[in-house]
Design a protein around this ligand. Structure first.
Ligand code: ADP
Ligand code: MG
Length: 398
């Protein structure tokens, strides 16, 4: 891996230096409060390392999709406040991420200090990977560290373009751990390997499913995803979430799996309702009992058993996407039981995806996993074997 990691250079080099550190603090928020701070906590080793090295730490992140314009509800100020409380030390928040004002504050910052810049996506240049904006980000900084695994698949200025202005852009400690975990999944994983894929959209995960066929022994499909596959097989799925444009691809995938000798497990019973908001008609049904008016919201008990057996004998496990509408307690059981099975299994386990992590925390099982990945899309693209712009920029593929 020809990325130069931040802990491979002499820490004395950071002393008194302005270190621009791209982090992924894109945490779920309800406008005011942070709903899940996992991503902030995962970055602490990098921040603490730099503080110990007496650097002037400058944190840069995105939050949500402001589409190139400042939006009050997507300000990172509450995140800066959270970090201040978490570390119990001063964090200077700056209401911009480039320009004279930022330069002045960063230049005047003490050694062993934290400056926290405003949402980088408030600037249109970020998502366009604009060279002018990239140069502005880099201006006045001595080092660049990328520790934003969750954004590593984005060809954006703060991930990609900015690196051109540093002779030696560095990889952060979280990024290093993430890559090691995904390496364990992709290079010689212990067999049998089981991937459990759920969540809402076939469209966003079909290409990773196709790639996974080349690696796994068993593909377990749950969540809303499963309904497109079940419909493609001719089952009644009522009003469940289905992507009709993907029926053909789902069929093709099932056929390819058969040809490749990969076992595919789909739900064989379902928790259904007639109405999502009132939860009217909540019950468990077999495929034969699935009526046109039903909506599938979780996997049923037989499916939980089936999935659990498979997970328990796995030596390598990757999970992305919940098995049902886990946000609501009545529809959480399937996801919870699958996570419990992963926790009990001896296999090396990696769980990724924003909602999957939220479900893990809801089940109180995050500590039981071998690795909890901070990136959803980034992890999927790594598994797909795509070359990721952020890694390319750091020299990973050299
Ligand atoms: P992740 O963030 O872990 O990658 P996704 O974003 O792909 O996961 O999917 C999470 C969403 O999928 C959740 O909001 C959940 O409610 C939804 N979901 C899971 N199962 C169903 C279902 N049967 N019907 C509708 N939505 C579902
Ligand atoms: Mg999600």
């Amino acid at each position: 891996m020809p990325i130069q990691w931040m802990d491979e250079i002499d820490p004395l080099l950071f002393s008194g230096k302005k270190v621009l550190c791209r982090v992924d603090f894109n945490v779920p928020m309800d406008g005011v409060d942070i709903l899940d701070a996992e991503r902030i906590e995962l970055t602490l080793p990098t921040i603490r390392y730099l503080l110990r090295a007496k650097a002037k730490v400058v944190l840069l992140s995105h939050l949500g999709r402001p589409k190139g314009r400042p939006k009050d509800e997507l300000s990172l100020e509450p995140v800066a406040q959270y970090l201040r409380d978490l570390l119990d030390r001063e964090v200077t928040f700056v209401h911009d991420c480039v320009g004279e004002g930022v330069a002045r504050i960063v230049n005047n910052a003490a050694d062993e200090s934290i400056t926290f810049l405003e949402n980088v996506r408030f600037n249109g240049g970020e998502e366009k990977n604009d060279p002018v904006f990239s140069k502005l980000l880099a201006k006045n900084m001595d080092f660049y560290i990328d520790d934003a695994f969750g954004a590593i698949h984005r060809s954006h200025a703060s991930v990609d373009g900015v690196t051109k202005y540093f002779s030696n852009p560095l990889g952060g400690l979280l990024l290093k751990k993430e890559l090691a975990a995904f390496n364990a999944l992709t290079l010689n994983p212990k067999k049998p390997m089981v991937a459990i894929i759920g969540g809402s959209k076939v469209s966003s995960k079909i290409s990773v499913l196709q790639q996974l066929l080349k690696k796994v022994d068993t593909l377990v499909i749950g969540g809303a995803m499963a309904y497109t596959f079940l419909k493609a097989m001719g089952e009644e799925v009522g009003q469940s979430l289905v992507e009709d444009e993907y029926l053909l691809q789902a069929q093709t995938l099932l056929k390819r799996a058969r040809d490749a000798g990969v076992k595919v497990l789909l739900p064989k019973d379902h928790v259904v309702v007639r109405d999502l908001s009132t939860k009217d008609g909540l019950k468990t049904v077999t495929p034969e009992q699935f009526l046109q008016s039903y909506i599938g919201v979780d996997i049923g008990p037989k499916t939980i058993d089936l999935f659990t057996q498979e997970i328990l004998q796995a030596r390598t496990i990757f999970m992305n996407g919940p098995m049902g509408m886990y946000e609501q307690d009545e529809f959480f059981l399937g996801t919870k039981k699958v996570l419990e099975a992963i926790a009990r299994s001896e296999g090396y386990s990696v769980v990724g995806g924003g909602d999957s992590i939220a479900a893990l925390n809801k089940a109180g099982l995050a500590k039981e996993m071998d690795f909890v990945s901070s990136g959803g899309g980034a992890g999927l693209e790594l598994l797909e074997g795509k070359k990721l712009p952020g890694l390319l920029a750091l020299g990973f593929y050299n």
